[in-house]
Structure formats: structure tokens, C-alpha cells
Design a protein around this ligand. Structure first.
Ligand SMILES: Cc1cc2nc3c(=O)[nH]c(=O)nc-3n(C[C@H](O)[C@H](O)[C@H](O)COP(=O)(O)O)c2cc1C
Length: 236
């Protein structure tokens, strides 16, 4: 009798508590795993600002291609702001740049050479989460310059934003015409980056002169995904 009371009062609650704790521990580990796609590290970016120092008219008026950058690193806040302007979410919850049929064929990558708080390497921008995931741990700045017909600023810039297109996302609905739409979409995004760079006191240029295959191979893009623009960014 006494033993059964001891079991019910002391041991049973302990067993139940241990079971509950184990359950929550495994739940937590699963959540962590889901956040790591292909074991890639996820870097949450700082919240972007929705108001700046420069009016849109001033940014348009000042915009020009800049190919000379200082040796200073970019901050993670600056990178965050540029990526938001490229493909982040607006106040309505859709992306900041228009997209034919809202099919969003563009994927953005960052080649970080000199960014405070970011290990040098290649990152993929996750616009839904405003985060970066490691794409490759390699430094490709020199190879990228070579593949871009030796345009020196492609290597020198502390950051390169890569605008790539996955054509099938748009062509499956619009056929051949979808190809044109993807190029047009990349233009909208590039202009946003130009204007955001101007507002942050940074310089950039769209580089379309590069060997398609060589550059796509550097990013390990599969058939159907193409680099559309390389945008070196740095402090003026
Ligand atoms: C489709 C396209 C491709 C370009 N490719 C390059 C390039 O490979 N290298 C470069 O330095 N500038 C490139 N540019 C930038 C142009 O040279 C630049 O926009 C032009 O000289 C006008 O100067 P601005 O941008 O200062 O107004 C390209 C521009 C466009 C629209």
C-alpha cells in the first residue's frame, strides 16, 4: 500500500515530467534543423529602414555608375538595406520590385569580400525571412573578375550583388515571352539597387559584360538559372 502511494505521489510525476521535457527538447532540435536548409547557416539581417536621408528625386538625379570604391568595408546594415531594396518585402507583404504574374523568377546572391560581421563567401538572399544563407564558403572575387573580362572593380568591390534568373518560373506560364519578362524584372531590381546605393552614399554599376558559362559555373547554377547582372558595390 505504502509503496503504491510513493509511486503515485513521487515517482509517477517525475516520469511524466521527464517525458514532457524530452518531448520539448526534441521539438526544439527539429525547429533548429528546419531553419538550416542543407545544413547552411542562416544569418538574420538587420531590419531595413523605410525612410532615408535622400528624397527619391534626389536619388534619381544623382544616380550614376560608380566603378571606384574605397577600401572600407560595408556594414551588415548597408548590405541589408541594399538587399531589401532589391527583393525585400514592401508594406503590403509583396516584393519591392514588380514581377510578371507575381512569379518572382529572380534570385539574389551576395559575394561578400569585406563586410563587417560577415565571413567572406557567397550568400543567397532569402527574401521571405530577410536573411542570408551560406551558398558557398569560397572566395571567388578574382575568378569573377576574370570571367567579367578583367573589369577590375568586379574584384575590388567589397560586395558584389548577383542578380540571377530562373526562367522556367515565368516561361511555364508565358512561354517564350516569359524570357523577356525575366530580363525586364532584373532591370527593375538593378535600378532599385542603384537608387538605394545612392541614398546610402555608396556607389555601384551594373555589369552585364561577362562570360555567361564561366560566371554561372562559379555559382554552381543548374541548367535554367542564369546570372543576369553583377553589381559591385562599395563606398565612394
Ligand atoms: C545592360 C547593361 C550592361 C552593362 N554592362 C556594363 C559592364 O559590363 N561594365 C561596366 O562598367 N558598365 C556596364 N554598364 C553600365 C553602363 O556603362 C552605364 O550605365 C553607361 O555608361 C551610362 O552611365 P551611367 O550609368 O553613369 O548613367 C552596363 C549597363 C547596362 C544597361
Amino acid at each position: 500500500m505504502k509503496i503504491s502511494i510513493i509511486i503515485i505521489v513521487f515517482i509517477l510525476p517525475l516520469v511524466i515530467l521527464a517525458g514532457v521535457l524530452t518531448y520539448f527538447y526534441y521539438q526544439q532540435s527539429n525547429i533548429k534543423d528546419e531553419n538550416m536548409s542543407n545544413n547552411a547557416t542562416i544569418i538574420q539581417l538587420p531590419q531595413p529602414l523605410y525612410q532615408g536621408q535622400l528624397s527619391i528625386e534626389e536619388a534619381i538625379n544623382r544616380r550614376k555608375s560608380i566603378r571606384d570604391y574605397s577600401n572600407q568595408p560595408l556594414t551588415l546594415i548597408e548590405v541589408s538595406q541594399l538587399l531589401w531594396a532589391a527583393q525585400g518585402k514592401n508594406q503590403e507583404g509583396s516584393k519591392v520590385a514588380p514581377s510578371a504574374g507575381a512569379l518572382y523568377s529572380i534570385e539574389i546572391y551576395v559575394v561578400a569580400k569585406n563586410v563587417e560581421g560577415l565571413v567572406a563567401g557567397i550568400y543567397h538572399y532569402l527574401s521571405e525571412d530577410h536573411a542570408l544563407e551560406v551558398h558557398q564558403n569560397t572566395q571567388i572575387d578574382q575568378d569573377l573578375k576574370k570571367a567579367a573580362y578583367d573589369q577590375s572593380y568586379v574584384e575590388e568591390a567589397p560586395v558584389k550583388i548577383i542578380i540571377s534568373g530562373i526562367f522556367a518560373r515565368t516561361t511555364k506560364k508565358y512561354g517564350e515571352r516569359g524570357i523577356q519578362y525575366v530580363y525586364q524584372e532584373s532591370g527593375h531590381i538593378a535600378q532599385n539597387i542603384y537608387l538605394q546605393a545612392e541614398s546610402l552614399g555608396l556607389g555601384t554599376v551594373v555589369v552585364g559584360g561577362f562570360d555567361q558559362k564561366k560566371v554561372d559555373n562559379l555559382f554552381n547554377f543548374k541548367e535554367g538559372q542564369q546570372t543576369l547582372y553583377i553589381m559591385p558595390v562599395g563606398k565612394k
